[in-house]
Design a protein around this ligand. Structure first.
Ligand code: ADP
Ligand code: MG
Length: 393
């Protein structure tokens, strides 16, 4: 039997581009080459799609490729033309070199095309984790790892995510959502609305982003306005949450890995102990001080509850394949005071060999390379299942 061709899609236009390169390098190193024929597909920060040696160069020396390739360069294959499957070919939407005739354009697209059976999008954040790439892969009819369009988009939008969590009756800290237009039009009124609903300290977040970008902790009214302005810079919707941990305490951060399609399973529970006041961008990627603890130091009953909530969250957001579900816990000595709230779901969590998602599975008895096998099998299973749908009478 021919080996399945796996396209590892990495890089991307989001702020998490560099994290994606690290995740992709780990996957590439661990994936079982005796089982799969591996193809690299890199997306530069500008959104150009690179294949073969250009993609390899991007992984090994990220800066050099990005500088010399521009839109229209022959090596730079933008977007969907790399995803040729069977006879269907999607042409690149990028402007072609002025001199090229349409025939030459067609030919160059075909030359740069790549046939793959399964795509593993090792992309985080905007244009990768949010359903956009997933939509492209649906159109190209290619199986892919992770959640579909709906689950990805829902998991990216903290406001919609909360509404879905609410239908599953998952406990959440109090929050409200305001449009940036509402804030801009009448900040005083917005402040009144926030203060009527919630108590300081607050967390202010752009609804769609990740890696803690644009998120601030607000201790009192005078910090509110700069935090709202900053969040408004990143999204049209702003989520305002009451802080877990209150005025003096700091929330504990619990994380669970979920794996599966129709019958998702949960890993052991892990805990991250951030080195800063909260788990901000620095604490996530720059400083060494944030400590993962696996399994988390919580009671058996708490762990069981967290695992059940993680699976319920996965189902509520219509996820498939994988997701990491994150919780915030009130600090406290007894179970009674340690209330646990769901914080968010991440449909394409960090995936380096030392990231929490693979680590949690490893601690649950599933090593990294086997996890990759499972994810690919789940992608194929979902694709086959979807193909059994009829689309017209
Ligand atoms: N309501 C909250 N109470 C306490 N800490 C919070 C709250 N919301 C967020 N945080 C802190 O901010 C970090 C980032 O917030 P999160 O919602 O997870 O955004 P991102 O999607 O960027 O990871 C969390 O890991 C946690 O440390
Ligand atoms: Mg988070």
């Amino acid at each position: 039997m021919k080996k399945p061709r796996i396209g590892i899609l990495f890089g991307g236009r989001s702020g998490e581009h560099e994290v994606s390169l690290l995740s992709a390098a780990s996957v590439l190193q661990a994936i079982d080459r005796s089982r799969y024929d591996v193809q690299l597909i890199g997306i530069t920060k500008e959104g150009h799609w690179l294949t073969s040696s250009d993609a390899e160069r991007m992984l090994s020396a990220p800066q050099s490729t990005e500088k010399h390739l521009r839109a229209g360069d022959p090596e730079a294959t933008a977007s969907a033309s790399v995803l040729v499957h069977g006879s269907g070919t999607l042409l690149r939407p990028e402007p072609a070199p002025v001199a090229a005739s349409s025939l030459a354009r067609l030919r160059s697209s075909a030359e740069q095309s790549l046939a793959v059976d399964v795509i593993f999008p090792v992309l985080h954040g905007t244009f990768g984790e949010d359903g956009t790439v997933q939509g492209l892969l649906e159109l190209a009819d290619i199986a892919y790892v992770g959640s579909g369009v709906l689950g990805s988009a829902a998991g990216m939008d903290k406001d919609v995510m909360k509404r879905l969590f609410a239908t599953a009756k998952l406990p959440m800290t109090k929050s409200i959502t305001l449009l940036r237009a509402e804030w801009a039009k009448n900040p005083r009124r917005a402040t009144q609305q926030i203060e009527a609903a919630l108590r300081y300290p607050l967390f202010i977040k752009p609804a769609n982003l990740g890696s803690s970008v644009g998120i601030s902790k607000v201790h009192d009214r005078k910090e509110l306005s700069p935090a709202m302005e900053m969040a408004a810079h990143y999204d049209r919707k702003i989520v305002i949450e009451q802080s877990v941990g209150g005025k003096r305490g700091k929330a504990r951060e619990l994380e669970v890995a979920v794996l599966g399609n129709d019958a998702p399973e949960a890993s052991v529970v892990g805990e991250i102990i951030p080195c800063k006041e909260f788990y901000d961008y620095d604490a996530k990627y720059l400083s060494e001080g944030s400590q993962p603890v696996i399994p988390a130091n919580i009671t058996k009953a708490e762990a069981k509850r967290v695992q059940q909530m993680a699976i319920a969250a996965f189902r509520a957001c219509e996820c498939s394949g994988m997701a990491r579900v994150d919780f915030l816990m009130e600090p406290g000595k007894t179970e009674r005071t340690r209330k646990i709230y769901i914080n968010e779901i991440n449909t394409l969590p960090g995936f380096t060999a030392i990231s929490m998602y693979p680590k949690l599975w490893e601690a649950s008895g599933l090593p990294y390379a086997k996890l990759i096998d499972r994810l690919i099998a789940l992608a194929q299973e979902r694709h086959a299942e979807k193909r059994s749908n009829a689309y017209s009478k």
